[in-house]
Design a protein around this ligand. Structure first.
Ligand SMILES: [Zn+2]
Length: 77
């Protein structure tokens, strides 16, 4: 079964979506080509946000995501 997974690259901090096997832990980063890690189930990630345990990290992740998304759109033209 192939699903759309979200991957986060610890090297360049890019986030991308990629079709792959359900639960596939690694995928090549579309930006730098190193191993990007599967972002675990959305509910867990949301809980961290809501709990406020990692507000700064979460905010930074969101800012990075938005910046990367904007950059990707530029490059996509
Ligand atoms: Zn990367």
């Amino acid at each position: 079964m192939r699903v759309l997974n979200d991957y986060y690259c610890p090297s360049c901090r890019a986030v991308h979506e990629q079709f792959g096997l359900a639960g596939a832990k690694l995928a090549a980063c579309v930006v730098c080509g190193t191993n990007a890690e599967l972002i675990q189930a959305a509910p867990n990630f949301s809980l961290e946000s809501v709990s406020g345990d990692f507000p700064t990290a979460t905010q930074r992740w969101e800012q990075d995501y938005q910046r990367r998304a904007a950059k990707a759109r530029e490059h996509g033209e």
